[in-house]
Structure formats: C-alpha cells, structure tokens
Design a protein around this ligand. Structure first.
Ligand code: GLP
Length: 265
C-alpha cells in the first residue's frame, strides 16, 4: 500500500485526477482496448471530477474509450432524485465529458429483482478485461463503497443494509433527516474493488483520520473493510493532511520519503 499525502484536499484531488489521466494515457499508448474505470460518489471525489472535467474541456484528455462502473447506489430512491448516485454522477461528471452513454454502468436501485441486478453487474464487469483503476472514498468507520463493518472481504456486488451510523452521516444530504436516508443500498463487494489492477482511495478531512489510521496501521480485518487494501498489490490512499492526522509521525514520514525517492527516479 502507498499513502500519498498532500497539504490540502484540493492538491490531493488534483493529484488524483492527473494520476488517473496518466494511467489512461499509458494504456492508450499500448493498446486500443478501453480503459475500465471504477467510480465513486460522495463529497470526497467532487474536486477530482472537477479537475477531470477541466482537463477534458481544455482538450487534455478524452473519455471516449473509457468504460465506467460505479460502486454503489441506494435502493428504492428514484434515479431522478437529486441524491441518487445516478444524479450525482451526471451532475459532477458524465454530463460534462465524452464518456459514451453505453459505456456508463450504475446499479439500478429500483430493479424488480435486486440480487439479479447485482449478479448481472458482476457479469458485465467480467465481460471487460477487468478494472484498470478503481477510484473510491472511505466512510468514517472505514467502509469501502457500502461494505459496512463486518462485510466479507471476499464479497461481490450485492444488497447491503446500511448501518445507522452511515445513515446518520449521509443524512446531511437528506435534509439532516435520518429517516429520509434509504435503509439499503447495492454495492460492489470488497473483492470486486480489489479485483482492479489499481485501487485509488481518496480520504479528506479530520473526520476520515481514524478510518485512514485503522486501514493503514491497523490489522487486516472485516471490521474496517478498507483494510483489505493491505492485501492488494497496487493500493493507494490519497489523503490530505487532516485525514493523515491520526497515523504515526513515523508512518507519515515513511510514506513521504517513499514518494520523494520514487520521484527522484
Ligand atoms: C458513502 C459511499 C462511499 C463513500 C462514503 C464517504 O457511504 N457509499 O462510497 O466513500 O459515503 O462519503 P463522503 O465522500 O461524502 O465522505
């Protein structure tokens, strides 16, 4: 695992966007095959999407040969609801770039058979050559996508019951009314994300400091599903200074030194 630390959320977000584009370009230089990109919602990735959109509008990148799969979606929320992850993705990303509509995949939280929808999602992922990069965030309790504490670390896409804590945290998007937050969501599994060649997790602000500390320095455990990243060959957490605030000073220095050494190469 690597941890990239930047002073501010903005710097970290821009770093992540440029990193994603560099990976897309590296693949395009080698093959015509599409770049398969896993995407996340939440407040965390917004500035990264802003930078990707800026780069697209500046003619620095095209998403025409990109296939996307989103991590999760609420169950029972109409797609048109402003807080559905469908709405979010169109508002912050898809409406502003050239990803072909047919290349966009988001779980349907209103499917008549939810588990069938999840199984078909996994089949669509399997029909690609696999994720090149999965961009994610982390919950305050260390959850990855909607894989709440004690989710199986070998899980695949399925329906999840949200914890009360997560619903309280997400109630800020629902008039601060926890009763308006859906009780269930569909989410890619931990193994779905870890099947990606690379995983890039963004974590910003002091509220994420405990999650980052547990995932980086704590044990590999289903209690903190992001800790599964420890078993991935190319997992990176991109944190701002606040989110890195609970790791040991020596851990902080270690990752700074590794990055400096790699930049010298
Ligand atoms: C939700 C999402 C996660 C996201 C987390 C953090 O639970 N399912 O994918 O990482 O929220 O959200 P935010 O970025 O708003 O802090």
């Amino acid at each position: 695992m690597k941890v990239i630390i930047r002073n501010t959320q903005h710097e970290a977000s821009v770093w992540a966007a440029h990193y994603i584009v560099s990976k897309m370009k590296a693949k395009a230089a080698e093959t015509d095959k599409p770049f398969v990109l896993g995407l996340a919602t939440g407040s965390t990735p917004v500035e990264t999407y802003n930078e990707l959109v800026r780069m697209y509008k500046a003619g620095e990148v095209s998403f025409k040969n990109v296939i996307t799969f989103n991590m999760d979606e609420y169950v029972g929320l109409p797609e048109s609801h402003p807080e559905s992850y469908h709405s979010f993705m169109h508002k912050y990303f898809f409406d502003h770039v050239d990803v072909p509509a047919g290349n966009i995949h988001i779980l349907n939280g209103n499917a008549p058979d939810l588990q069938k929808e999840c199984d078909e999602y996994e089949k669509k992922i399997a029909a690609t050559e696999g994720f090149d990069l999965f961009l994610g965030g982390v919950g305050e309790d260390g959850h990855l996508a909607f894989n709440e504490p004690f989710s199986s670390l070998v899980s695949r896409t399925r329906v999840m019951t949200l914890t009360y804590d997560t619903r309280v945290v997400n109630s800020r998007f629902f008039d601060n009314d926890v009763n308006k937050v859906p009780k269930q969501a569909m989410s890619v599994g931990v193994a779905t994300v870890l099947g990606s060649k690379e995983v890039l997790i963004l974590a910003f602000g002091g509220k994420k400091a405990r999650a980052v500390q547990m995932a980086v320095e704590g044990p590999y455990t289903h209690y903190v599903t992001l800790s599964a990243l420890q078993a991935h060959p190319a997992g990176t957490i991109v944190a701002d200074d606040l989110a890195a605030g609970e790791i040991k000073v020596n851990t902080y220095r270690y990752f700074k030194a590794i990055e400096a050494a790699e930049n010298e190469k």
